[in-house]
Write a protein that binds this ligand. Structure first.
Ligand code: DGL
Length: 274
């Protein structure tokens, strides 16, 4: 891809998600790219995306991309797996001439391509992500005999959002899901949701080292760094400033930022439709 016109190293990176769960991705990104400025958009007015139709997620995604391009941003990272599955192609078509557009699925597919040819892999995510079959289509297209077994785990995101992780409740819910025969014999498990990095330790404990746990947030951060560097628009001298927009503001969203970002983030209310 050529450098998008107007995009310079000094422009911020836009990241969006259905809510504040994507702050796990923002956090991973800011670790890899500490000098980049970020604008995060959480579509809290419309969450969860995991149970929405593809058409609805596409409409929200285009609107958010419009807001991000207006800032302007040099790149848009779709931090949400459900939106990456439902709207990546459309957002790329809409914004791709003005900004780099990346998702959280392709970096995982690249990683699997390199490390798991001929192996059986598991995927957990929202209903939207699993039912879209996007991972399956992308892995099948590699023609590397990778077998994918997917399980929708819709209870995990709300459970984590309510602060239930690293406790008995999360232990039982995680075990109930991972005991599913669908995931028998896998060698790696893709954490296909913004929220799951927060339970990755519990998932690793469940498998006791038998199954590798693949965290898409880390891989997405590295993919963004590689893309910016390839295009010569890395910001190596910036201050790493961050702004956080949400389409609906409540105190509980503000309080939950600590869970996902590791520190309190100052949320700015930015309605998508006036
Ligand atoms: N951000 C969503 C994802 O990664 C999870 C939360 C939701 O359903 O909106 O799929």
């Amino acid at each position: 891809m050529n450098q998008p016109p107007g995009a310079t190293s000094l422009h911020p990176i836009g990241i969006y998600d259905s809510g504040i769960g994507g702050l796990t991705v923002a956090r991973a990104l800011s670790k890899v790219l500490p000098n980049e400025d970020f604008i995060y958009f959480g579509d809290t007015a419309h969450l969860p995306y995991g149970d929405k139709s593809t058409a609805a997620i596409q409409a929200y995604s285009v609107k958010i991309s419009e807001v991000l391009l207006r800032q302007p941003v040099k790149a848009i990272l779709i931090a949400c797996n459900s939106a990456s599955a439902a709207a990546f192609e459309l957002v790329k078509e809409y914004a791709g001439s003005k900004a780099i557009v990346l998702n959280v699925i392709d970096p995982v597919v690249d990683f699997i391509k390199t490390n798991y040819a001929g192996k059986k892999i598991g995927l957990i995510g929202t209903r939207q992500t699993v039912q879209s079959n996007v991972y399956l289509k992308k892995l099948n297209a590699l023609d590397l005999e990778i077998q994918l077994s997917s399980l929708a785990t819709p209870l995990l995101a709300p459970m984590i959002e309510e602060g239930f992780f690293n406790n008995n409740i999360s232990h039982n819910v995680i075990h109930e899901y991972l005991d599913s025969p669908v995931l028998n014999g896998i060698e790696a498990l893709i954490l296909g949701c913004t929220h799951y990095p927060l339970i990755s330790k519990e998932i690793e404990e469940y498998y006791k080292g038998r199954v590798a746990v693949i965290d898409s947030s880390d891989l997405a951060g590295k993919a963004m760094a590689a893309e910016l560097s390839k295009l010569g628009i890395l910001n190596e001298k910036g201050m790493g400033t961050k702004r956080f927009f949400v389409s609906d503001y409540t105190r509980s969203f503000a309080e939950s930022t600590q869970i996902f970002f590791g520190e309190k983030a100052e949320l700015e209310h930015y309605p998508l439709w006036e």
